[in-house]
Design a protein. Sequence first.
Length: 211
Amino acid sequence: MSESPLQDTDDAWKVFDSSIGFTGGVVSIRVDEVAMPGSLVAKRDVLVHPGSAGILVLDDTGQRPKVLTVRQYRHPVQRRLWELPAGLLDENESALAAAKRELEEEAHVQARDWRVLLDAYTSPGISDEAVRIYLARDVRPSDGERRAAVHEEADMELRWVELADLVKGVLGGRLHNPLVVMGALALRAVLDGPGIGSLRPATSPWRDRPA
């Protein structure tokens, strides 16, 4: 008898008390007192996040698939990381609209073909941040002038990288951004397995988006 496929399930434990310990420009810290097994109660810090969208832009017109990457300074780890174009969700903005906006702002390109590559929590042990990574294909330069970049994005570098080299960088411990890690390995699995046609439509429901 075969087992059913693995699936994450809803299972909200009782919260006796909840308070906001810090509110910043993007995130806040909530402190919950949570009922634990064995009649215990423990405090848990929760980083409350608006959610984000990432874009794996694929050029599959040649023999070797290429992916658009951006290099950006990340102050918390004090390193320049190679990443996928990505950004925060604005209030009441759909994830697909956010992805198209971020791709335009960071790379000044547009894509004609959009699909959902994967959904994930970036760090569920401490944060409710959820990310949806789209696969975007058939890209072309955006119309009009490029938006003036500020802060970290003013020093951003763009580069097309062969997917095989991206996977090697992930497995070799040279690339660390979670969207690159998840996106590159997922795309490799898709191309080696069921194919791009098996991916969900871009407008598929996303129930895990933070409330």
